[in-house]
Design a protein around this ligand. Structure first.
Ligand SMILES: Nc1ncnc2c1ncn2[C@@H]1O[C@H](COP(=O)(O)OP(=O)(O)OP(=O)(O)O)[C@@H](O)[C@H]1O
Length: 716
C-alpha cells in the first residue's frame, strides 16, 4: 500500500499469542513518518478494535463495544480475538482508517445445502411451447398475423395456452397465476382483443371502453399501454388510454373526451377520473366487459384495497347495455394476475372475483411460486465493510465478461437497493467520478468516460463501455419514463455497452425490460414475493439469466433456508473474496485518485481493492455534496432495514447490524449519527435544541418515513 495523503491503514493483526502478548500491529499507507509515529504510539499498547473503529483527528473515540462485538467473541472462540488499543489522539490532518479486511464477522455457512446442478438438463420453465399455436387457441386471424409478422411471437407460453381459451369462450372470472416472465400480459390482452375483433359490429374509439387494466406502478401501466399500442397496430381504430399519476390530468381528460376503448392506469388516477371526469361514465356505460388487476398482490400490499373497492363500486353503478355487444360477456369479467400467491391476492380475489377459474401454469401447483428454472441464482455473504467494493467488483467482472464476449450486444444489469437515497449514493459512486461522463437523461443516465476509476477494468479504457442509470419513486415521472426508455432501448449512445441501472423496487414488478442479463440484489428484499419479482426481471420467456443476492454474515444467512422452496433448481454459493474481489482486483490498474504516484501497481488484489475503496472515501471527504448523499443513503438504508416484515425480522434485525462497518459501505469514515452529534454541538451555540424524541416515537417516525418512501416508489 503506497504512502497516502495522511490516511493510514491500521491492519490489526489480532492473532492473540498464547501468552496473550499483544499481536503485532501493522500500519500501512499514509506517509512513512506517520507510520513510524503510529507504530511508536502503538508499541507496547494492547490493541482493542472491537469494531476496529477509525479514529478521527483531534479526538480519540473509544471504540464502543457493540452487541455485535460481544457476539463476535461469543460466536468465534477460535477467531483471532481483538486486542485492546489505546490510541492517543492522532496528529491533526491525519486519520487512521479501519482496514477493509480486518475485524469482519465470520461467515457461518460453510456448505451449500441447495446446490445448483449444472447438469440437471432442466429446460426453461417460462418458454413458449413449440408444439402449440395461437391459431389452435382460437385467436382471430388479423391478430395472428400481427403477432407473427410484427411482434415475432408465434408460439404460446404455458399460461397463454391455459388462459386464452378460457377468456375467449367462458364468461367467468379468472385468476392468472404464473411465474415471472411467462407472458401473463398477453395471456389476458390477446383473448380480450381477439374477442372484440371477432364481433360482427364495426367498432371504433366512440364505441366505448371495453376493458380497464389496473396496475400498482406507473411504469407497469406504461409498459402494458405500449404493448396494447403495438397490438392495436393491426386494428388502429381501437384506442388505449393511459391514466397515471405524474402525467397531466388535463391531457388525459382530453384523450378521454375523444373516446378510448381500453383504460390502463394506476388506481388513484383512475378513481380520480371516475369521480371527476364526467365523460368516462359514458365511455364505460354500455361497453365495459373486462376489469384486469395486474400484480394483484402488490396492489393490496400497497394499500390500494380501498381505492380498488371504490373503483369496482363505481363500475357497478354504471348500467351495462347487454344488448349492444351480444358477442361479449353479459357482465364485467374480472381478471386477477400475479406471479406470487400472497394473502393480499386471496383477499383481492374475494373482493374482485366471483366463482373464478384459477389458471395456474406451474407443472405442479406449488411450483408456480418459484423462479424460472433456467435462472442461475447465486448467493454471497459479504461483511458490511466490503459491500461497496464487492458490488464494484461484481459489476467489473460482468463488464469484463461482456467486453470479452465481443457479441456487440447490449448487456443490462439491474442493481436493486432498498431506498431512493441509497440509489442516489450508489449511482453517484459509480457514475459521477468520471466527471466528463455524458448525461443522457437529466442527471439520471451517465455514459462513463474513459479512464474512469469507477470500475477497475475502466482504468485505462479510452472508449467508455458502461452507462449508469438511476430509477426510483422520488424522481419526476418524466425522468422515470425517459430513464426506463433509455435503459430498455438500444441507441447509438448505449448499443453494445454494459447498462447498469441502480433502482428501488419500483422496477421490480412486471416490468418487461428486454434482455436483462443480470440482477443484483444489493439490499435484501422486503418480502419473498419481492425477491421473486426482482429476479424475475431476468430469465424471461425462456431466455437465460443470472441473479446475485448479497447477504450479511450472521443472522441474514438464515434467509437462505427461508427462500429455498422458491429455488427448486438450487443456487451457487460464492465467496466474496475468492470469487468476486480477487478476479476483479488481481492485476487491476487501480490508481489513487489524488494522482499522487504510489508504489507500482500491486498485484495483491486486497491492496488494489483497498485503494479503490480509499478513492471513494477520498471523494466523500473532498466533496460535501457527495458526503451528504452518502450520509443520506446510509441513514435511509438503516431506516429501510427497520421495515422488514416482522416474520423476517429474525434474519433482518436492525439490532444485529454493525452500524460502524455499514457506514464504510457508504464510504463514510464516521457514522452520520456522530455527524449528527456534531450538529447537536452546534445547537449548543444558542440554536434551539429539539426536545429529546422518545425511542417509540422515533421508531414510529422512521417506519412512517420508510413506508412513505416505499409508497412513493409505487406512487400512482
Ligand atoms: N408467446 C410468447 N412467445 C415469445 N415471447 C413472449 C410470449 N409471450 C410473451 N412474450 C414475451 O415475454 C416477455 C415477458 O412477458 P410478460 O411481461 O407478459 O411476462 P409476465 O408473466 O407478465 O412477467 P411478470 O410476472 O414479471 O410481470 C415479454 O417480453 C413478452 O414480449
Amino acid at each position: 500500500m503506497s504512502d497516502d495523503d495522511g490516511m493510514m491503514l491500521l491492519n490489526l493483526d489480532t492473532t492473540s499469542s498464547v501468552d496473550q502478548t499483544p499481536g503485532k500491529v501493522k500500519v500501512s499507507g499514509g506517509r512513512w513518518k506517520d507510520r513510524r509515529k503510529a507504530k511508536a504510539m502503538l508499541n507496547g499498547k494492547s490493541v482493542n478494535s472491537k469494531d476496529d473503529r477509525l479514529v478521527t483527528s483531534g479526538s480519540v473515540k473509544r471504540p464502543v463495544s457493540t452487541e455485535q462485538g460481544v457476539e463476535e467473541r461469543k460466536e468465534q472462540p477460535a477467531r483471532k480475538q481483538a486486542k485492546k488499543v489505546q490510541i492517543k489522539a492522532t496528529p491533526a490532518d491525519q486519520q487512521i482508517v479501519s482496514s477493509l479486511f480486518t475485524s469482519n464477522r465470520g461467515i457461518v455457512t460453510s456448505i451449500n445445502n441447495n446446490v445448483h446442478d449444472e447438469n440437471s438438463g432442466v429446460g426453461p420453465s417460462n418458454a413458449p411451447l413449440l408444439q402449440d399455436s395461437f391459431e389452435a387457441l382460437g385467436i382471430t386471424s388479423p391478430l395472428l398475423q400481427h403477432l407473427s409478422e410484427v411482434m415475432h411471437i408465434t408460439k404460446p407460453t404455458r399460461v397463454q395456452k391455459m388462459s386464452i381459451p378460457t377468456l375467449l369462450e367462458a364468461d367467468n372470472d379468472v385468476f392468472v397465476h404464473a411465474q415471472t416472465g411467462s407472458g401473463k400480459t398477453l395471456a389476458f390482452l390477446l383473448p380480450i382483443l381477439s374477442r372484440i375483433l371477432s364481433m360482427g359490429a364495426r367498432v371504433d374509439r366512440q364505441s366505448g371502453c371495453f376493458g380497464m387494466i389496473i396496475t400498482p406502478t406507473r411504469e407497469l401501466a406504461s409498459q402494458i399501454h405500449s404493448v396494447m399500442l403495438t397490438l392495436t397496430k393491426c386494428c388502429h381504430y381501437l384506442i388505449p388510454c393511459l391514466l397515471i399519476g405524474g402525467e397531466r390530468k388535463k391531457s388525459e381528460k382530453a384523450r378521454l373526451r375523444k373516446g378510448c376503448n381500453f383504460i390502463i392506469g394506476t388506481p388513484g388516477r383512475i378513481l380520480d377520473h371516475l369521480q371527476n371526469t364526467q365523460v368516462i361514465k359514458e365511455q364505460l356505460s354500455s361497453s365495459l366487459r373486462y376489469l384486469v388487476l395486474d400484480e394483484g398482490d402488490k396492489l393490496m400490499e400497497l394499500g390500494f384495497e380501498e381505492t380498488i373497492t371504490q373503483i369496482i363500486k363505481f363500475l357497478y353503478e354504471v348500467p351495462l347495455n347487454h344488448f349492444k355487444y351480444p358477442e361479449l360477456p353479459k357482465r364485467i369479467i374480472h381478471v386477477l394476475c400475479s406471479a406470487t400467491l400472497k394473502g393480499g391476492v386471496n383477499k383481492l380475489g374475494n373482493l374482485a372475483l366471483q366463482d373464478y377459474k384459477l389458471i395456474s401454469s406451474g407443472r405442479k401447483q406449488q411450483e408456480v411460486n418459484t423462479v424460472p428454472d433456467q435462472l442461475i441464482q447465486k448467493i454471497v455473504m459479504v461483511p458490511p465493510k466490503l459491500r461497496l467494493v464487492t458490488l464494484a467488483a461484481e459489476l467489473n467482472n460482468i463488464t469484463v465478461r461482456h467486453l470479452a464476449s465481443e457479441t456487440g450486444e447490449t448487456r443490462r444489469t439491474i442493481v436493486f437497493l432498498s431506498c431512493s437515497d441509497s440509489v442516489e449514493f450508489h449511482y453517484a459512486a459509480f457514475s459521477s467520478d468520471s466527471g466528463h461522463g455524458r448525461a443522457l437523461v437529466g442527471d439520471s443516465v451517465k455514459v462513463l468516460s474513459g479512464n474512469s476509476t469507477s470500475l477497475p477494468c475502466l482504468a485505462d479504457v479510452s472508449q467508455p463501455s458502461v452507462v449508469c442509470y438511476k430509477l426510483h419513486g422520488s424522481l419526476s415521472q418524466q425522468i422515470r419514463t425517459a430513464t426506463l426508455k433509455s435503459f430498455s432501448s438500444d441507441s447509438d449512445a448505449t448499443k453494445g455497452k454494459h447498462l447498469i441501472m441502480f433502482c428501488t423496487d419500483v422496477a421490480s414488478r412486471g416490468l418487461d425490460l428486454p434482455c436483462v442479463s443480470s440482477v443484483i440484489e444489493m439490499d435484501p428484499p422486503f418480502a419473498v414475493e419481492d425477491h421473486l419479482h426482482r429476479i424475475g426481471r431476468t430469465a424471461r420467456a425462456g431466455v437465460s439469466g443470472e441473479s446475485l443476492l448479497f447477504l450479511l454474515p450472521g443472522e441474514e444467512e438464515g434467509y437462505m433456508d427461508h427462500i429455498k422452496p422458491h429455488h427448486p433448481q438450487g443456487w451457487k454459493l460464492l465467496k466474496y473474496d475468492v470469487d468476486i474481489l480477487k478476479p476483479a482486483f488481481m492485476e487491476s490498474k487501480v490508481q489513487r485518485s489524488d494522482g499522487v504516484s504510489g508504489k507500482p501497481i500491486s498485484d495483491e488484489w486486497d491492496n488494489n481493492a483497498t485503494t479503490w475503496h480509499l478513492n471513494i472515501e477520498r471523494r466523500v471527504l473532498g466533496d460535501p455534496t457527495f458526503k451528504e448523499i452518502a450520509a443520506k443513503g446510509y441513514t435511509s438504508h438503516i431506516r429501510a432495514y427497520a421495515t422488514h416484515l416482522s416474520q423476517e425480522k429474525k434474519f433482518f434485525s436492525i439490532k444485529c447490524l454493525h452500524l460502524g462497518h455499514l457506514a464504510k459501505s457508504f464510504a463514510l469514515r464516521e457514522r452520520p449519527k456522530v455527524m449528527g452529534g456534531m450538529n447537536a454541538k452546534n445547537s449548543a451555540n444558542g440554536e434551539q435544541k429539539k426536545p429529546k424524541e422518545t425511542s417509540k416515537s422515533k421508531m414510529l417516525r422512521m417506519a412512517k418515513k420508510a413506508l412513505d418512501q416505499s409508497m412513493s416508489e409505487f406512487n400512482y
